[in-house]
Design a protein around this ligand. Structure first.
Ligand code: UFG
Length: 340
């Protein structure tokens, strides 16, 4: 029998790609999603890719009763926990909503896991825990900094909660850098609701004519071309990292019951390099202007990947050109759809 893996937030951007990667690796993914920031069309995309509709339950991770019922029915071997809010600016405006959902949801999930005897979890963390990093590339052992936003604080708190429960719960804590791109088939991808905050959806919507021009937030930073540097990672690579983490949990090959890995490529790109890379990869111009700095932006951050490569045995395979081409193919598909 295939190992069953519960994927909370399994219809979201990273979740949907992970569901597909789990299926391809021989697991049976079971999706939980409350559809607050995702759409059922992601389930259609997954079905088109894997050939059948995986089990899906429209459940909120704050709903202890529904979670418990599902866990007792499904008896999963592990949980991958994506379900959380993720917009930095929104978290500043609505901090309680973020703490309730991201921290409260994790606590409810863990309580129900404990009650039903599930001991293994993969947690979505973020490179935001490093703040403006004290060393680059950033190692897992690099000091974390006080969070710059309630969103960042919820990720730090999540890590602490999981660490404090490591007597009964085994955690693979994955600190993502900047996930972009989409499945090469363009069946699944990112569905930003409203005006996007992140660089790539804003860029692709601009090229598609939905937005007038992309604003580059600041060009006077201490970087080679003055724009901020990030470690962009293809969402399919990121999904595959979750498969490696689940295997490590189920094989019990972890050295510690709470382990942290950086999930990045190890390469940094400036905003202007991303724009130029997109133009080269697609042959299309990106209308853009240089604007003011955005409050709270880290100047430069990219991952040291030695630990994740040597210990987890995972390495990103897809380059920036592939990420940008796949992001564009997804945008083109979205532009054709009625529900975009
Ligand atoms: N940027 C622009 N113009 C835009 C949008 C972004 O120039 O319209 C720039 C930003 O200033 C930054 C880079 O593009 O330099 C990337 O910005 P994103 O908003 O795409 O991503 P961030 O690095 O700000 O945020 C990401 C995740 C967060 C996470 C954070 C941690 O989206 O969830 O990394 O650093 F908290």
């Amino acid at each position: 029998m295939k190992s069953r893996i519960i994927v909370t937030g399994g219809l979201g951007f990273i979740g949907s790609h992970t569901v597909v990667a789990l299926h391809e690796a021989g697991f049976e993914p079971i999706i939980i999603d409350n559809l607050s920031n995702s759409r059922l069309s992601a389930l259609d995309g997954i079905e088109n890719l894997i050939g059948f509709r995986p089990q899906f339950a429209q459940i909120d991770v704050n709903d202890a009763f529904a979670l418990k019922q599902l866990f007792e029915e499904v008896k999963p071997q592990a949980v991958i926990h994506f379900a959380a809010f993720k917009a930095v600016g929104e978290s500043v405006e609505k901090p309680l909503m973020y703490y309730r959902n991201n921290v409260g949801g994790l606590i409810t999930l863990l309580e129900m896991m404990k009650e039903t005897g599930i001991k293994d979890v993969v947690f979505s963390s973020s490179c935001t825990v490093y703040g403006e990093p004290s060393e680059i590339p950033v190692k897992e052992s690099t000091e974390t900094k006080p969070a710059e936003s309630p969103y960042g604080a919820t990720k730090q708190m999540g890590e602490v909660i999981l660490k404090d429960n490591s007597s009964w719960c085994n955690t693979q804590c994955l600190r993502y850098f900047n996930p972009i791109g989409a499945h090469p088939s363009a069946e699944i991808g990112e569905l930003p609701l409203g005006v996007p905050n992140n660089l790539i959806p804003y860029l692709t919507q601009t090229v598609a004519g939905i937005r007038k021009s992309l604003t580059v937030f600041g060009s006077d930073y201490d970087t080679p071309d003055g724009t901020c540097i990030r470690d962009y990672i293809h969402v399919v690579d990121l999904a595959e990292a979750h498969v490696s983490a689940v295997k490590r949990l189920l094989d019990q090959s972890y050295a510690d019951s709470f382990e942290v890995f950086n999930i990045g490529t190890g390469n940094g790109s400036t905003v202007l390099e991303v724009i130029q890379g997109f133009e080269k990869a697609t042959g299309l111009p990106v209308p853009h202007t240089i604007g003011d700095r955005r409050a709270g932006d880290v100047v430069k951050v990219w991952a040291e990947t030695t630990k994740v490569e040597n210990v987890l045995g995972w390495k990103a395979k897809r380059n920036l050109e592939t990420m940008l081409k796949d992001a564009w193919n997804w945008q083109k598909k979205l532009s054709e759809r009625a529900d975009n």
